[in-house]
Design a binder for this molecule. Sequence first.
Ligand SMILES: [Zn+2]
Length: 447
Amino acid sequence: MSVMTSLSRHVFHPLWDVKDRSQRLKLLRQLERTQWEPRAVLEGRQRERLRGIVRYAAGNSPYYARLFREHHFDPENFTLAQFATLPVLTKSIIRSSTEEILSRQFQRSELGEHRTGGSTGVALTTYFDPDWRVIRTADYMRSDQWAGLYHGMKVAALWGNPPVAGSFKERVRRLLIDRFLYLDTIDLNERSIGAFIDAWRRERPEILLGHAHSLYMLARHLEDRRISDLRPQGIISTSMMLLAHERRVIEAAFGCKVTDRYGCEEVGLIACECEVHNGMHLDIEHLYVEFIRADGTAAAPGEEGAIVITDLFNKGMPFIRYRIEDVGVPTDRVCPCGRGAPLLERVAGRVADYLKRADGSLVAGVSLVERTLTAIDGIEQLQVVQPSREEIVLNIVRAPGYSAASEAALLAEFASVFGPGIRFRPAYVTSIPQERSGKYRFSICRV
Ligand SMILES: [Zn+2]
């Protein structure tokens, strides 16, 4: 550990909490302990917290008070089976009923705000109360530790639109507390990547953090140029699905395991891999997570289900049975690490990333990656867009080695997966833009 890392962790971080009167590090110490509690203990506490937030919502949010009344749901006395019959909270309900959902206990000016692009490109604004932010920050810090990242360490971050320190306070904070070295993924080019690598060699970050696909792009860059001296102690892949082939390339380029993490702006951290790297521990200390089938019943272990989340702490804007529009697979496998939280086998994709066959059945976009992008020669990058029921556009960035045979193989593969009734149109492009957040999407369905 460098002197600066040690000072930042043991001196500046605690002082900053004192200055801000923040409980962050105290909560982190609690979480470091509770992660080892048995699953039954964690689940017992989760039920109590679930009752607490439901009762709170009934008393303070007009939306939930009305919803519970209409569904004859008793917030003082309910079973999990009854809870599971409540209608889900959708993004469109949040958009149309924001005022009604917000707690009357808070002024709007007291609440923090998240704006996201949403999976369909429609903006969504959600709110949180000040305590929630501290709790969730401590929680992210604990999951950082599973990847070897302890607060105070220097982090190389691949991020879209990284924050710029403006005020003196922000600059001090950047120097002593948030020790980041950024590569802005909105504008990746030879020059910006070269400058980032130079800065890495000077500043020697200990951890690498970024969106899965940005990590992959950087790893490919290093691989192509035979650069092998960037050696972090841990890598955190966040905010989007980490594909199996991307993980292999990243781990080879940096000589280090990748820790995959799943979360979103609205509810924060949802699940994270531990050092075992086989499934992600669900954050049941802060969330109640359900996986549901199309008919509303619970998905079995190993089966795909829509992820529905109840945030146990956000009082400012209670999220009760929030359908996040992702699909996940629960499991009853027990992780050998000894932590009590159950595992999420994998995130299967976003609802909006599922493409549609002519007969209406669904194809997970990411399931096509292994049989196209990584199986056929000469494809640098691929994005699949479905603008209508009858047509799928394949945006292709060609690599050396791409030929007429590559195109034929690609079209044949798609035709075999989708069957008749759909036209496939290859479109050759020089690059595939990322979304404003810096995320890259393999498949987009607009039907
Ligand atoms: Zn584990």
